[in-house]
Design a protein around this ligand. Structure first.
Ligand SMILES: O=C([C@H](O)CO)[C@H](O)[C@H](O)COP(=O)(O)O
Length: 210
């Protein structure tokens, strides 16, 4: 099980400083969608240059032009790129094909997908690397989480690895870990903690013990 730190509400220098606090405890650093919107793929390049030993995920949430977007993110140094599960199969196919050319991975974000099991089966058959259940900020604000969704996709996904994101905190991590995802994605649960290093260290301990 891997731990991904999601950086969303910071600029590049603050993001790099934040990763320095926790780098020994995380496997993947996510350049979140808000950063990509604010700073562009330059943020991916800067993070990979600063931490070449960590994997960097570009959370582009690609919805169209899968091959092109994955090519650009790959050129910028991304190891993993996100594509939306709600997009067309052809978009996901194009993303996977391009990722294979560059030795990169595709994480499909199932945010806003209504028929979760059905779409997870279809996406799994497209050869993606990860399928991620995700409660975004707007539904988190309504008190929702993706923990039950994780159990639902675990029951149907056969090839891809599974991931979970959205509002995971130290207190809720044991419930997440119990469902055995391959990847746990944490943003505010680490970046908003009083002691980020201690929080990330404890999360790493919980994940490693699973
Ligand atoms: O993908 C995300 C969100 O849609 C904003 O771009 C976050 O990175 C993801 O939700 C993880 O962050 P937390 O919910 O703060 O853990």
């Amino acid at each position: 099980m891997k731990l991904q730190l999601a950086l969303d509400l910071v600029n590049i220098p603050d993001g790099i400083a934040l990763v320095r606090e926790v780098e020994q405890y995380v496997d993947i650093v996510e350049i979140g969608t808000p950063i990509v919107i604010n700073e562009g793929l330059h943020a991916v390049r800067a993070m990979k240059e600063a931490f070449p030993h960590l994997q960097v995920l570009a959370d582009l949430k690609v919805m169209d032009a899968g091959g092109y977007e994955v090519m650009k993110a790959s050129e910028a140094g991304a190891d993993l790129i996100t594509v939306l599960g709600a997009s067309e199969d052809s978009t996901i196919r194009g993303a996977v094909a391009e990722a294979r050319k560059h030795g990169k991975s595709i994480l499909v974000d199932m945010i806003a997908v209504k028929d979760l099991e059905q779409r997870a089966r279809e996406v799994d058959a497209l050869g993606v690397d990860y399928i991620c259940v995700h409660t975004g900020y707007d539904l988190q604000a309504e008190g929702q989480n993706a923990f039950d969704d994780l159990r639902r996709i675990k029951a149907v996904v056969k090839q891809a690895k599974t991931a979970v994101a959205g509002g995971i905190k130290l207190g809720t991590l044991p419930e997440v870990v119990a469902a055995q995802p391959d990847l746990v994605i944490v943003g505010g649960g680490i970046t908003g903690a009083d002691d980020r290093a201690a929080t990330a260290a404890e999360m790493r301990r919980l994940i490693s013990g699973a």
